[in-house]
Design a protein around this ligand. Structure first.
Ligand SMILES: C[S@@+](CC[C@H](N)C(=O)[O-])C[C@H]1O[C@@H](n2cnc3c(N)ncnc32)[C@H](O)[C@@H]1O
Length: 274
């Protein structure tokens, strides 16, 4: 396995080639969350705090479009653009926008080369996606290029030690003995380097907010539902993509009560100066 599956282009199709895996991952995580604000709500508020009236907004690495839908509903932007490299996820955005009655323009693109003219955007968001690039500074510079003078970028990421308790648990039970030694999925863009990477791309960082999120998986079935959506672990072949068997194996190894894990979520707000 390469050093970091989150920056391995070959892993993007298994991760995001359909909307199913990301939906299961988000559902399992949100159901486990016991502390920490909803990120879509927090990001929408940050965008509202910097956006001019009737803004042109792009959500980059939009996934299934939860943030784009929220911004469209709360800010009434002149244009809401949702950008992702996955056509399957953009299909999901279009379907969700249609059923919400929202107008969202979708663009399929690699975020290292955004298909937008210079200075097009009042606000750009990029939530939980710059850690998929080995060169997040290039993506931040692309975002800066697409912002109008005085426009803002609102970025979100996680701490490099996110969910380390799960790494330790899998190592301790022998299910994945090397889990704790493997590089963080968030190593390229995380709570520690996000502000520096953003500034190095030429944006002026105006605010950084960190919030600890706590998750409690009540039983092995819930934990397995999450674990099978992350590419970090090297599990016995018969347990890969098999949450029921993984849950049984976790229980057999004594993991059937609540399991708690943590992640720091970091929001960076930055401005393009003339
Ligand atoms: C963890 S998901 C986050 C989705 C969404 N922003 C959210 O917060 O739920 C990461 C997203 O980044 C997208 N992505 C990864 N690499 C990309 C690239 N090179 N260009 C554009 N999008 C990319 C994936 O397709 C996926 O939708």
């Amino acid at each position: 396995m390469p050093t970091n599956p989150f920056t391995d282009p070959a892993q993007m199709t298994p991760l995001y080639g359909t909307a199913v895996r990301i939906k299961h991952r988000t559902t399992a995580l949100l159901a486990a969350k016991i502390s920490g604000a909803n990120a879509t709500t927090a990001l929408t508020q940050l965008v509202a705090s910097v956006a001019p009236p009737s803004p042109v907004v792009a959500d980059i690495g939009c996934g299934r479009g939860s943030l784009a839908l929220s911004i469209a509903a709360h800010l009434r932007p002149a244009r809401m653009i949702a950008i992702d490299q996955s056509n399957a996820l953009l299909d999901a955005v279009r379907a969700r926008a249609a059923s919400a009655g929202a107008t969202i323009q979708t663009l399929q693109a690699d975020f290292h080369a955004l298909p937008l003219p210079d200075g097009e955007l009042d606000v750009a968001t990029a939530a939980f996606c710059l850690y998929h690039s080995d060169h997040p500074q290039m993506v931040a510079a692309e975002i800066a290029r697409c912002l109008a003078d005085g426009g803002h970028a609102v970025l979100a990421t996680k701490s490099a030690d996110s969910y380390h308790e799960l790494d330790e648990l899998l190592a301790r039970t022998g299910l994945d003995p090397a889990a704790s030694e493997r590089q963080s999925l968030y190593s390229s863009f995380n709570s520690t380097n996000a502000a520096a990477v953003t500034a190095a791309a030429g944006l002026q960082v105006v605010d950084i907010a960190n919030e600890q999120h706590v998750f409690r998986f009540d039983d092995s079935a819930h934990l397995a539902a999450y674990l099978t959506t992350t590419p970090k672990y090297v599990l016995p072949e018969q347990l890969v993509d098999n949450p029921r068997s993984l849950a049984e194996e976790l229980a057999r190894r004594g993991i059937d009560g609540p399991v708690t894990t943590t992640s720091t979520v970091t929001y960076v707000t930055a401005r393009r100066t003339a």
